[in-house]
Ligand binder design. Sequence first.
Ligand code: 13P
Ligand code: MG
Ligand code: MG
Length: 386
Amino acid sequence: MRVTVSVIKADIGAIGGHTMPSAEVLGIVRDRVERERKKLLVDFYICHTGDDIAIIMTHTRGKDSPDIHQLAWDAFLKGTDKAKTQGLYGAGQDLLKEAFSGNIRGLGPGSAEVELDERPSEAFMVLLGDKCGPGAFNLPLYLAFADPMYSPGLMLSESLHDGFTFQIMDMDHAEGDRMIVLQAPERLYDIAALLRDTNRYAVEAIWSRKYPNEQAAAVGTTRLRKIAGRYVGKDDPPAVVRVQKIFPATEEFGPAFAVGPFVGGDTRGSHNLPLMPVPMNTSASTFFCCPMVSALGFSMHDGILTAPADLFADPFWSQVRDRIAEKAIEMRRQGFFEPAMLPMSELEYGGIVVRLRKLDPEFAVRDGHGEKAARTEAAITAEDPD
Ligand code: 13P
Ligand code: MG
Ligand code: MG
């Protein structure tokens, strides 16, 4: 059966700060989706990661279906009404436009969708990030889909041996979002050169090379600040990642997420802290809103979902979390000093820009030191430390 898995996710208000949605708001979103289930969906599941509610849906209408996107939008609108009556913090935070206009992308909520012909045992993960940007998944996805040190299936399975095609989004180009397609392993160094910059580049999709019609992963690359023109909350990406057989095994993603890479996000979306793997339905951390990710493992048949396996809930992860918490505590010791706080290029949508503009007239130019040496191609090559 051809099925689409759509994950649409939004922050529509949280209790006592950017923590978690109320049970009442979650209930209203669930009821609203349930009402439309017969007409539009095969199945659905609702949960939250930090203050973001995720609607995980299966259906047969393909990617970018206006009906499916509208269903999520309407559910979030209804939830927002309730959030306002409860005085929740940031009620409706991610609903940045007045009205639905055909596609949820560009309106605020994050979305990730994969259309697939169901395998006999269709297994996939839903990743849900909070307090981070779309690039937060770059390193784990790179390690699981392109590095045999983490993903031995690339050596051990003929289905994986041809590698994967990476679709990478440039989220910060002057002329708008643009995309590049690079194949691993041949273009590994180029993929690495882009993905290292998690604030600008994000994996948007990954495809099998041996079976080119099989999509392995989809990541939401919505940037709220681009839509709103100012900082209104972090993007908090969702992702759908297919696993097993022709894709990396579920457990090959574990060590990749256990790295806990430093990513942009956390308090005021303006700092770097490590990405903490947490169980589903975890409230955001009072420790500086440390970036977090939960992973739900699903099996699916004829579009019907099992209850999820909570992939970061087994006992092993408590030790991983302790180590990542130490990284976070250490980084926070240096307060606002870079790289604890993001570089100025990443803060340009926030209040510090106003502050710097006010300081500007107090600067005095000193003569004699402003000349820039012209750096020719030859000069740059000569400086190359190798
Ligand atoms: P959210 O994007 O999760 O709402 O977090 C915003 C924030 O600024 C937390 O300090
Ligand atoms: Mg919030
Ligand atoms: Mg959030």
